[in-house]
Design a protein around this ligand. Structure first.
Ligand code: 6LW
Length: 504
């Protein structure tokens, strides 16, 4: 197992759920307010994962257009039965608890049906739904009972369960309470597993930050009662100096060599002292062993960084966007114009800035701790640039147009700018994330952004900005850094995108 790369999925891919179908494994993760929503990755060896599609690619499948920041697609469960993939998820502060199906994991997926209350009204209130079939084909939805409202998270009701009629999408009973962990806050992420004649209920508790952990209980019925494992938590990095922190929110599967694996979320703070997690919550894997007493033991998560990557996109040769592009509360196709010019991507600004909930921003997840992105642009007909976005209140950008270049840091209500004149409209804009260098005046607990522009072959660095400001801990966001090109006014012509990074 130690040969597996960790993270399995770099960049913000929280709340992983995994299913094995034949000789392939499929992973689904959360995407919150971004579209397309709920990526599906496939692997045949658990090492190399291919993004094969998304569950939510069409308007209406998720109601994220007006969802509050970090609402939207929360915590899928992906399962497969009788030739059909099933995915249940909560469109938080959006449509509610949904059930999607597909015969091909790459899609197309169904429109998504609400799991309704007994009387057919409203959805069953909760997050982190799991779907499981009992011996008599009874369908169970087990979830973290939570009263969500338009403003956000309400009262936690613990782990609950309803039997459902999956054809009519009706709950056959009012939610029943199950085992809710060992007393940690926010019992959530429940998953039910039938193993050797027993039913195991695995949950996350402690909250998705440094106190996060995984606990398990077992019983003779999927409806309980459940007895807690003597060695809970099975997984937690709390109060340790392990390089992968916040570990929790797991899902179990039998891996390629026939042993059990646990996929789970974690963060990679740059250093261990009060460190900051730039990339958000990523998907990791670790080994599971079943002990003689019938309880599982789960190994601590070991880092095994993937080799660095380089992406080089020349838009004179690209006529469609690849699957890694994402946009905020709208589809990439609704803002990216590949038809206006044969040699470039055009972003049409309409006055919306990065402070808006739906900016004209086309992004990709930052996947490496050390990272450099360059975008070649022509700003003769507009104002826009290159940005690292956590959300509309936390972003860093280098913006050009009208004969000037501005480096800008927006941190909650604080804004700082550095401006320089530039004699050309054909520019290269650069944002690099690098470790702090000795004597640079920046703390070792995060990285440093370097913002620069190249005009007429001359590169000029405008600003260095503390990377702590764009981290999970500061932004308190469920997502992670997304780097993208954007337009504010007029047309921004993007001719080339290059990104390279590694985890050294
Ligand atoms: C997810 C839940 C959680 O549904 O955050 O903090 C939500 N815990 O497990 C989004 O990741």
């Amino acid at each position: 197992m130690t040969t597996l790369f960790n993270p399995l999925l770099n960049g913000f891919h929280p709340d992983p759920s995994v299913v094995r179908v034949g000789d392939d494994w499929f992973l689904a993760t959360s995407t919150f307010e971004y579209l397309p929503g709920i990526p599906i990755h496939r692997s045949s060896d658990f090492e190399n994962w291919e993004l094969i599609g998304h569950v939510a690619t069409r308007e209406g499948q998720l109601a994220v257009a007006d969802v509050p920041t970090a609402g939207g697609a929360w915590a899928p469960t992906l399962r497969h039965r009788d030739g059909v993939f099933h995915l249940v998820i909560t469109d938080a502060m959006g449509r509610g608890m949904l059930h999607f199906t597909a015969t091909d994991a790459a899609g197309p997926w169904s429109d998504g049906d609400l799991i309704l209350r007994q009387d057919g009204t409203g959805s069953v209130d909760g997050i982190d739904p799991d779907i499981a079939w009992g011996e008599d084909d009874t369908v169970y939805i087990t979830f973290s009972g939570l009263l969500l409202s338009g403003e956000g998270v309400g009262q936690h009701l613990g782990i609950q369960q309803v039997r459902v009629d999956l054809d009519r999408h009706i709950a056959l009973e009012e939610p029943r309470s199950l085992w809710s962990g060992t007393g940690g806050q926010f019992p959530e992420a429940p998953h039910l597993y039938p193993v050797d004649g027993r039913w195991y209920l695995m949950i996350a508790e402690g909250g998705t930050e440094r106190g996060h952990g995984i606990s398990i209980a077992r019983g003779d019925s999927p409806e309980g009662p459940f007895e807690t494992a003597p060695q809970n938590p099975l997984v937690s990095a709390r109060s340790t100096i392990r390089p992968v922190q916040n570990t929790g929110h797991g899902d179990l599967v039998i891996g390629p060599d026939g042993t059990w694996l646990c996929v789970l979320l974690g963060v990679r703070p740059r250093s261990m002292t009060r460190a900051f997690s730039a990339l958000g919550r990523e998907t990791f894997v670790t080994a599971v062993r079943w002990e003689d007493d019938g309880w599982p033991a789960i190994d601590p998560v070991l880092l095994h960084a993937r080799p660095g990557t380089r992406v080089d996109i020349d838009f004179s040769t690209v006529r469609e966007l690849d699957r890694e592009w994402i946009a905020v509360r709208q589809t990439p196709g609704s803002i990216a114009d590949l038809d206006a010019r044969a040699d470039a991507l055009v972003l049409h600004g309409d006055g919306r800035t990065l402070d808006d909930p739906r900016p004209v921003f086309l992004g990709r997840r930052q996947e490496h701790l050390t990272n450099a992105v360059t975008v070649a642009v022509d700003v003769s007909a507009g104002v826009g640039g290159l940005a690292v976005r956590y959300d509309e209140r936390f972003h860093v950008e280098i913006e050009a147009g009208g004969g000037a270049v501005v480096a800008r840091a927006v941190v909650a209500d604080l804004v700082q700018e550095w401006t320089a004149p530039v004699a050309s409209d054909v520019l290269e804009l650069h944002i690099e994330s690098r470790p702090p260098h000795a004597g640079g005046g920046f703390p070792r607990t995060s990285d440093v952004f370097h913002l620069a522009v190249t005009a007429d072959g001359v590169r000029q660095e405008l600003a260095q900005i503390d990377g702590r400001f764009l981290s999970s801990e500061t932004a308190e966001s469920f997502t992670g850094r997304v780097i993208g090109a954007y337009a504010v006014t007029g047309d921004i012509v993007v001719t080339r995108w290059t990104a390279e990074g590694d985890d050294e």
